[in-house]
Design a protein around this ligand. Structure first.
Ligand code: 2DT
Length: 212
């Protein structure tokens, strides 16, 4: 009686400090899943292509200044404007590998001193990821990798605070991976976890919302 249609794609989020390897690992996961014949898309937040995204981009590159609360809400709005597309993709069977999501939103804003519960509130009702893969790396080690760009937030002292905020956000859907291991080792672990999650969602795991 239509239960087959409950099969769906997985919502998989990669989180971690700058230079933790999220972007490289994300493209490896995409190739891996495509190779297995899965329908999969690479997403990232902020999505700088929308109108809201352009305001965010201008803030991150220090071309504009905004109140901490205001930029927090823009990051959240940027996810809300993609929510219905996200749900449609998942229901049509496409898995999404998402580079940063609400956890970045809360971790970065609370690292500035905003109240964590206040930060979570606008995220409530967005789709909850099926799995959050946290690429765990000490801030000092990430900084050694070099290549912090010139964007706002890309400073060791601030990254330490973000790491602390991330620690407060861990819940049952989180999987931490030691991201200071060689890239190939990290990749191998991620592939196993992702495949497992994709299979569970294909079997018809229900979608749910943050933060309930
Ligand atoms: P990228 O370097 O990954 O493009 O991220 N950020 C991100 C927030 O402060 N709030 C959010 O909700 C999101 C998604 C993290 C750009 C920077 O924006 C931060 C780094």
């Amino acid at each position: 009686n239509g239960h087959k249609s409950d099969s769906r794609g997985a919502l998989i989020v990669l989180e971690g400090l700058d230079r933790s390897g999220k972007t490289s690992q994300s493209s490896r996961l995409i190739s891996y899943l495509e190779g297995l014949g899965h329908s999969v898309e690479s997403w990232r937040f902020p999505d700088r292509n929308t109108g809201v995204g352009q305001m965010i981009s201008s803030y991150l590159t220090n071309k504009s200044q905004l109140d901490d609360h205001a930029i927090h809400l823009l990051f959240s709005a940027n996810r809300w404007e993609k929510r219905s597309l996200m749900e449609a993709k998942l229901r049509s069977g496409t898995t999404l590998i998402v580079d940063r999501y609400s956890f970045s939103g809360v971790a970065f804003s609370s690292a500035k001193g905003l109240d964590m519960e206040w930060c979570k509130a606008p995220e409530m009702g967005l789709l909850a990821p099926d799995m959050v893969l946290y690429l765990d790396i000490p801030p000092e080690k990430a900084a050694e990798r070099g290549g912090y760009g010139g964007e706002r937030y890309e400073q060791l002292e601030f990254q330490r605070k973000v790491a602390h905020s991330y620690q407060l956000l861990h819940d049952a859907s989180w999987k931490s991976i030691d991201a200071s291991l060689p890239m190939e080792d990290v990749e191998k672990k991620l592939k196993e976890m992702v495949l497992d999650c994709v299979t569970t969602c294909q079997k018809g795991k229900a979608l749910s919302n943050l933060w309930s």
